[in-house]
Design a protein around this ligand. Sequence first.
Ligand code: NAD
Ligand code: MG
Length: 386
Amino acid sequence: MTRRISILGATGSIGSSTLDLIERNPDRFEVAAVTANSNVDELAAIARRTGATLAVIADETKYSALKEAVAGTRCAVAAGENALIEAAQAEAELVIAAIVGCAGLRPTMAAIEAGRTVGLANKEALVTAGSLMTETARRKSVDLLPVDSEHNAIFQCLAGESTDQIERMILTASGGPFRTWTAERIDAATPDQAVAHPNWSMGAKISVDSATLMNKGLELIEAHHLFGVSADRLDVVVHPQSAIHSLVEFVDGSMLAQIGPPDMRVPIAYVLGWPERIATPVPRVRLADLGRMDFEEPDLQRFPALRIAREALAAGGAAAVVLNAANEVAVELFLANRIKFNDIPAIVEQALNRHSGPSPASIEDVMEIDRGSRADARLVAGSFCR
Ligand code: NAD
Ligand code: MG
């Protein structure tokens, strides 16, 4: 039996890696629904190539262009935000949630509500609606399989273990492109420099998040929700070689680590094949070539975003939604060359100080806090913009 897979965010970095694995294993996988934000040509090419049954473009103005581009195939076409929900709920065994940002929240929740197994890359969805999402998954008996490499590593380390014997989880961080830079040099960093990650090739937003270490902060919150571990039992260690993707420490003092090449096709393959493994064409880690593995404490002075994210996790309530929204706004402004690199954490911190509120009780709540925090963050950013 082939497994039908839908890909939300099929044109992105995670989407492309997922498609690469699916297309290498045509006897195991079929493509169901695919979605993109606005790139009609690429979405249509994917639909044609894979025989997808539904293609959805978020940008409504692109509907006719998409329809034309897949004419003559059996692929149905739809456009707009609500059509993303339709794609998330289309008949499939697995939905890869790989839209970037809070924009992926409603489609990801829709997939869970429809009882689909979800391969979760869209960390912003879990950061902003963690409890709602894990509760719904429990209620619907849906497996949430982590695609993010750190969480996938931990998920692999937990196979066959009981959760009450976990002492801590340690997320590894590469340290990003500015790990060895002075504070002054970091302050003058350009978008191009921030997006040039030393070990991983990824979308622009997550690349900037990796450079500020906000990515690791978001991942702490992600781990908290995925694995039900309290903040005081979650650590971060900088490991520049990105060979170990994360570790779990147990009550007996044992630590398990997952080692692999820095290629997202490895964690994605684990999710696609789970509970089995599938072969990947990824160049293997040669330990003798690697030579050594280094570890160091993250520097919270030069990289305050990690501290700010930890504080948001400790604060609870709506803080994680505000953190994420302000960060999305600030990263966009930085990529547009409107603010300096160090303004990103400064804007996020100020936005957090302006807002406090109870935990969102519904996805509508989350979306409303998200909208308000974006407006707030833009206001705060005004005094930073050049
Ligand atoms: P990307 O920018 O390369 O791709 C994003 C995808 O989402 C594209 O298909 C785009 O069309 C779609 N999209 C963007 N905005 C949208 C909107 N408003 N509505 C609908 N669709 C929209 O991003 P990526 O690097 O593939 O990352 C995707 C997610 O996976 C992010 O949440 C990221 O944090 C997470 N992630 C990525 C990596 C990686 O290596 N790239 C690793 C771990 C986690
Ligand atoms: Mg990660």
